[in-house]
Design a protein around this ligand. Structure first.
Ligand code: CMC
Length: 444
């Protein structure tokens, strides 16, 4: 019997099976070989949320959640945050290696040459209501890009893949800033290609009547570090979305729009927005114990805490906490930081959080910085989406070129009705709406 194998006995039949173990996994399809006389179809695994299922092989991001380790292409996040900038990190993530100076210059040039959007996109964004959430606008605008670049459907052409990637990374800050300015009724600001990636974004966001916007170096750098920290995070909800939607072979824009939609939710990229709302609601240090009690009673969640993978301090949160104080030197302190620090202190000593291994995640402190920098709360998930685009593109490209990948199509355990005959409306029972609701099993 091979050492790297799993022996399973099906007690229903007494049959024994041996499956190879590779990279500490067995193939789910091997389980399909386990059948009985009653069950024609093979054995399956049931894994809501894909908590213990590897859906791909990847070389992009490594996380050790117990030790609090995060690396892009092998490089620790702490070293990248200290020495790199977002565009260089995006190159690393998308192409697999750090660039030399020549390649970095060419990459930065190629991205910068794609910061402008088609004039027509202004009309598209103008069509949204004045109070539309910027994330909703962004999701739709990214999807709309696919109509401007029909060549993007050629997903198996490396040239097409590359140009769409440059377009998307280049245009994300432009579209994000347009969504923000639309909500304020401000004119759109054209990209300033002499500025850095983050400096140009700040200019497109905040430029008013001055001839040239001069980004504050501390804020420009802080945003750059935040962008590095958010660039990828292996198989999270939105990475899974970009892969699942992309597996139908739709173009990059639609796949990235789907990922952005996934990021919008409060359990994913919307969490930093939820953190600010939570801290604002807590308002004073005296209110914290009562708030913690309501979390422990299951009435609500402590937003910005907990992670599917990290069962230790999220290394990104540690870096962001440091950056916060550098930003406050420039902007003045965001008073919410005191509530956040005290909340963290109490939570990390409380048995409820300790036993569940709930620590601050990336979203706990990022919103406080964004708010101090002048970004409105609704823009926070947008600020997550801009840098995550490089991660999504890398995940998508890996999936498209992986010969083992198929269209994503999970199985289900059917628990519904057996076959029944259609009943004419006159013969159906006369139920009250309460009775209908009572019978309903998790329906709309
Ligand atoms: N506050 C209170 N209790 C929590 C929290 C929280 N933030 N997170 C998890 N728990 C409890 C949960 O109630 C459960 O307790 P019990 O075993 O008694 O039922 C236990 O911890 C395990 O939770 P889970 O929901 O099974 O864990 P999960 O891996 O499915 O969820 C999570 C991960 C991030 C969705 C969750 O921790 C959460 O909702 N956190 C708050 C939202 C948040 O900050 N999201 C940002 C995630 S990081 C950014 C990103 O990558 O998108």
């Amino acid at each position: 019997m091979a050492k790297d194998s799993l022996t399973v006995t099906d007690n229903r039949t007494g049959k024994t099976y041996e499956f190879p173990i590779e990279d500490n996994t067995i193939r789910a399809m091997d389980l399909g070989k386990i059948t009985t006389q009653d069950e024609e179809e093979g054995l399956r695994t049931y894994d809501p949320g894909l908590v213990n299922t590897a859906a791909c092989k990847s070389q992009i991001t490594y996380i050790d959640g117990d030790k609090g380790i995060l690396r892009y292409r092998g490089y620790p996040i702490e070293e990248l945050a200290e020495h790199s900038n977002y565009l260089e990190t995006a190159y690393l993530i998308v192409k697999g290696e750090l660039p030399n100076q020549e390649h970095l210059d060419a990459w930065a040039h190629n991205i910068t040459m794609h910061t402008m959007v088609h004039q027509n996109l202004e009309k598209f964004i103008d069509g949204f209501r004045y109070d539309a959430h910027p994330m909703g606008m962004l999701v739709s605008t990214i999807a709309a890009l696919s109509t401007y670049y029909p060549d993007a459907t050629d997903i198996f052409s490396v040239d097409s893949r590359r140009v769409q990637a440059r377009r998307l990374i280049g245009k994300m800050p432009t579209m994000a800033a347009m969504c923000y300015r639309h909500s304020l009724g401000l004119p759109f600001v054209l990209p300033d290609n002499d500025l850095s990636y983050t400096g140009n974004f700040l200019s497109m966001m905040f430029k008013m009547t001055e001839l040239r916007y001069e980004p504050k170096p501390v804020l420009e750098r802080a945003l750059d570090v935040l962008f590095i920290l958010h660039a990828d995070h292996e198989q999270n909800c939105s990475a899974n979305a970009v892969r699942a939607v992309g597996s139908s072979q739709v173009d990059q824009y639609c796949a990235v729009a789907a990922a952005t939609a996934a990021l919008y939710g409060p359990l994913h990229g919307g969490a930093n927005e939820a953190v600010i709302r939570m801290l604002t609601e807590i308002a004073t240090l005296e209110n914290i114990p009562r708030f913690i009690e309501s979390v422990k009673a299951g009435e609500r969640r402590l937003m910005g805490f907990g992670h599917r993978i990290y069962k230790n301090y999220d290394p990104r949160a540690r870096i962001i906490k440091q950056v916060a104080y550098e930003v406050f030197e420039e902007t003045g302190k965001n008073p919410l930081i005191d509530i956040a620090i005290e909340l963290e202190r109490i939570a990390l000593e409380d048995e409820y959080f300790v036993t569940r291994k709930l620590y601050p995640n990336v979203d706990f402190y990022s919103g406080i910085i964004y708010q101090a920098m002048g970004f409105p709360v609704a823009m926070f998930p947008v600020l997550f989406a801009i840098p995550r685009t490089s991660g999504w593109l890398a995940q998508w490209a890996e999936m498209v070129q992986d010969e083992e990948q198929k269209i994503t199509r999970p199985r289900q355990i059917y628990l519904g009705e057996g076959k029944r005959s259609f009943t004419p409306i006159s013969d159906r029972p006369d139920l009250t709406i309460q009775e209908v609701r009572h019978h309903a099993y998790r329906r709309l």
